[in-house]
Write a protein that binds this ligand. Sequence first.
Ligand SMILES: Cc1cc2nc3c(=O)[nH]c(=O)nc-3n(C[C@H](O)[C@H](O)[C@H](O)COP(=O)(O)OP(=O)(O)OC[C@H]3O[C@@H](n4cnc5c(N)ncnc54)[C@H](O)[C@@H]3O)c2cc1C
Length: 381
Amino acid sequence: MDFSLTKKQKMIREKTREFCEVNIIPVAQESDQKQELDPAVMEKMKKMNYFGSCIPEEYGGAGLHDDTIAFSIITEEIGRVDASWSITTGVHCSVCAYPIYKFGTEEQKEKFLINLAKGDKIGAFCLTEANAGSDVGGVQMTAEKEGDEYLLNGSKIFATNGGIAETLLVVGKTGEKGSRKELTVFIVDRDTPGYSVGVREDKLGCRASNTSELVFDNVRVPEENILGQLGGGFRLGLQILDYGRISIAAQCLGLAQGCLEAAIKYANERKQFGQKIARFQGIQWKIADITTAVESSRLLTYKAAWMCDQGMDYGLTASMAKLVASEAGMMAAHQAVQIHGGYGLMKAYPVERFFRDAKMGEIYEGTSEIQRMVIANHMLK
Ligand SMILES: Cc1cc2nc3c(=O)[nH]c(=O)nc-3n(C[C@H](O)[C@H](O)[C@H](O)COP(=O)(O)OP(=O)(O)OC[C@H]3O[C@@H](n4cnc5c(N)ncnc54)[C@H](O)[C@@H]3O)c2cc1C
């Protein structure tokens, strides 16, 4: 068993880390307070091809569609400094662009994927509704057939990138309630009449990331915009989320790594009782626990990514990676703030932001309870 990264993967980590330190760190705190992604960083990210990381070069991407470990490293490195950016690129890539590459027709790839891969258009994945959170079966958005078009009516909530997205994957009901063929995934262009952005959420963490309500009022979508099969949306949605969970695991892993580094730095600087607090066993044990959680998260995340690239069934491992990494992120942020004492609550230190950002990992794309349910279902079937 070889755990070493390839030369290319190491280079990608080095380059992404440098990019993040030069471009994201200086503006991360301000972006969090303004609840806005920095437009200059957005442009630079497009140039780095981060919006096309997991898309082949022939569609304008960076060609890491078969190197999910490298894609995870990018998401992890961005997450190490700013979860908001990691979520923005991660969601765009993993649950919008990649599914179009993986399940779309050649026409759909020409029409939507190239713009997504170049970052000329931002993508979103829209499943959650007021009465459909953990329970996907609760989706009420209707998609009625009219000629060779579908008429979408209803609203989605909590859509990451919602307010800035121009290409959306939207899950609607095309079949009888309760039937396995009830749901279908549609690719929707923001400029379609009847589509509008509703309330933008004011969140605890990941505040620069846009989370919005989206309203569909007689939105006409041509039949050729169905992603995958008519009525295949339940299964396809789960497949999309499997890949998305690797990306979230990587984002949370990065956040935990960022917390670890901040905690070590502070523990080596701060003196109390005449010595560095790093000399106290109470602090050392926290560092040991965070380090162990970071490494377990990394192993599971890269394993899920590797299994994906081998064409293996990786859903179970992706769920375990997401569960372990999101809980590691939460624990790491909690302990990193504790190590900072009172300063941990101050905006002058990044751990204050990491602490607020960490919670999101345990909620979106399936809560920790739902991950445990998925894992148990795999084991008990
Ligand atoms: C910041 C943010 C970004 C998001 N981005 C997106 C996005 O881009 N696209 C999208 O479609 N959605 C998105 N979501 C929605 C997210 O996926 C849901 O919030 C999540 O799946 C939980 O649904 P819910 O909030 O309705 O909670 P509920 O489903 O109402 O759950 C409430 C509680 O009950 C628990 N629970 C529910 N069912 C069970 C069960 N069977 N067993 C045990 N416990 C259970 C849950 O774990 C939770 O603790 C986002 C959410 C947030 C907060």
